[in-house]
Design a protein around this ligand. Sequence first.
Ligand SMILES: NC(=O)c1ccc[n+]([C@@H]2O[C@H](COP(=O)([O-])OP(=O)(O)OC[C@H]3O[C@@H](n4cnc5c(N)ncnc54)[C@H](OP(=O)(O)O)[C@@H]3O)[C@@H](O)[C@H]2O)c1
Length: 279
Amino acid sequence: MKIGFYGASKAGISLAFYFKDHGLEITGFYNRTYEKAIKAASMTKTRVFENPEDLLEASDVIFIAISDTFIEEVSKNLYSLHLSQKVIGHLSGALTSDAIRTECRGKFSLHPIQTLRGQPEDVQFLKEAMFSLEGDEEGKKAAKIILQKIGNKYIELKKEDKVVYHLAATVASNYLIALLNFSYLLYKKIGLADEVIFSIIKPLSFASLENFLKDRLNCLTGPAARGDVLTLQKHYNALPNEKKPAFLELLMLAADLVLEKGDKNVYEKLQQFTNSVRW
Ligand SMILES: NC(=O)c1ccc[n+]([C@@H]2O[C@H](COP(=O)([O-])OP(=O)(O)OC[C@H]3O[C@@H](n4cnc5c(N)ncnc54)[C@H](OP(=O)(O)O)[C@@H]3O)[C@@H](O)[C@H]2O)c1
């Protein structure tokens, strides 16, 4: 099976490295901006294609590895004499294989649940990553051959579940970073150096993550878990005004866990506190 990439994107390059490492045959890259295709092909020691038709001719499976917004448009304009024999997939977490708007042998969406930067080191991160798969019969058949080769675990998704599935992934990755940065900026405000801040954040957040994975219901500590309204009020007062609503929303997300654990008393304190400062 020959695999080609339409799009010298970060995800496309990382997967090309990863697939090659697992003995899959990669034809190469086509990209709208030609220079980037040259770079991707040279990094991954594959071919560069000057036009999509040549990429399609040379490949059995084509990943449209470009920004989600343009997958429909690009797939609609794909042309090959042998399109009916080609399987076409994309890497989007939120879109389904219906975004591939052309007649071909099979369609799939194969999403690596990992943050990828188009660097050889991504291969290490991909080893641990779970994938998700959705598509038609022929599309899934081809994607499963790839999955079997790389050996990663995967889940099969229904089309209607993809958006929520992807939203959950962004919470665990992108918004987790946003939260860590929120903490970073508060430390910065009191003049701590980056090195010191990272030395504080690293063990704290690693331990929190480990505790969450080990014992989700009992891992929450701190003023939210204790219903310590006096401390929460001090935190609230210390925040710049524009960050106060976010703080309250986060507190109520923590309160959901408190309630699930069965700590109704603490939950009510958190709710009362939130209502009292909101109104
Ligand atoms: N990066 C990740 O962490 C990650 C993880 C999982 C899945 N994905 C998925 O992988 C896909 C690529 O994402 P990415 O973040 O890796 O992308 P990226 O590095 O930002 O690259 C975007 C690519 O889209 C191309 N492109 C943009 N508009 C285009 C258009 N109108 N016509 C043709 N090509 C166009 C760009 O071409 P030019 O170079 O010419 O601008 C570039 O090759 C997306 O479906 C994304 O959801 C990404």
